[in-house]
Design a protein around this ligand. Sequence first.
Ligand code: NAD
Length: 363
Amino acid sequence: MIKHIQEIGPSKVIQLYFPVSDFHAIVVVDNTALGPSIGGVRVSRNVTVEEVKRLARTMTLKTSIAGLPHGGGKAGIIADPQDPKKELYFRIFSQAIKDLTDYIPGPDMGSDEECMAWIHDEIGRVAGLPEEIGGLPLDKLGATGFGLAECAEIACNYANLELNGAKVAVQGFGSVGKAAASFLSEKGCVLIAASDTKGCIFNANGIDVKDLIDIKENTGSVINYTKGVLKSSEEIFSFECDILIPAATPDVIHKGNAENIKAKLILQGANIPATLEAEEILHKKNVLSVPDFIANAGGVIMAAAEYAKKSEDEAFNAISEKIKKNTKVILENTFQEGILPRQAAEKIAKERVLKAMSYKKTL
Ligand code: NAD
């Protein structure tokens, strides 16, 4: 198991401040053996150095197993995502990382294509741009949600589940959650619950995904959907469902709620949504949990395709092909070796990074 160790990183942990303003940001470049690091810019009042380090490591593993010419990095701007000074913060952030050429920013929680356009305007080096300025807008296109649905197609076979008719609960109905619900409903799944910071909406007979997306986008919350029962955000982890998709913040599945999870399959849409203890509990309960850096790689695969000037079709084909292949390989190894899916996946991801590191000059 890769612990939070120096073996492959982090190579840089930087804190950025700007005099005469309350701007504060964190950048972590975890590993660049495979190429310049790539990773999203999280905007949150609570983001910490430790969280950014863990997220950057996840990116190293994600880019490695997806076979991309990139290493892993991540950034966090400590601010409210609705802060009216957000554009100013992004412009300060861009100038501060101008010479940090081994880090390519992209969108993450609290940031979007518009924020990436501000970075582009300042320094050019960014992925996840709006299409008007040459981007493949990965959130608008639903790259990560598409990848989660492709992952589900393969993972269902290992969880004794029929995808058509499978009941799905989505924790965090943002860019990733909305797209995952949409692509899974195209494959015949039934959304029975969705949550955001304000609460959770539940309907055992199914929620109309298009209506829920409209309501979330027009009113700001899923709780305004009227054809369901209102529940607390935490209750999403205990519903009777087949597939659970955490698509919000870190460590939401932990030893305190893992035992109550009734889903047969968890697709980690969010980065680091489950603690290691929780993954062990789930494994013992025969709940299959596909790790973040396999299941949610759609976004970075599209970001890397945009950076390499590839087309939207090429990006979607790459997401489908890479995620399906990796899901199958790691789940085969999981069952053959009796290990956690995360252990099976880390083994492969780490091998490529270490091999690439072996070609580098050492001191
Ligand atoms: P987003 O900001 O668009 O959406 C996040 C959603 O989660 C919002 O609706 C918010 O209300 C909700 N939320 C926040 N805290 C919550 C809580 N405690 N309970 C319930 N809901 C909560 O963010 P996003 O881009 O969809 O990213 C979500 C997660 O997916 C993050 O962990 C991110 O790192 C990961 N991820 C995103 C992408 C991408 O392409 N955007 C790619 C890979 C991984």
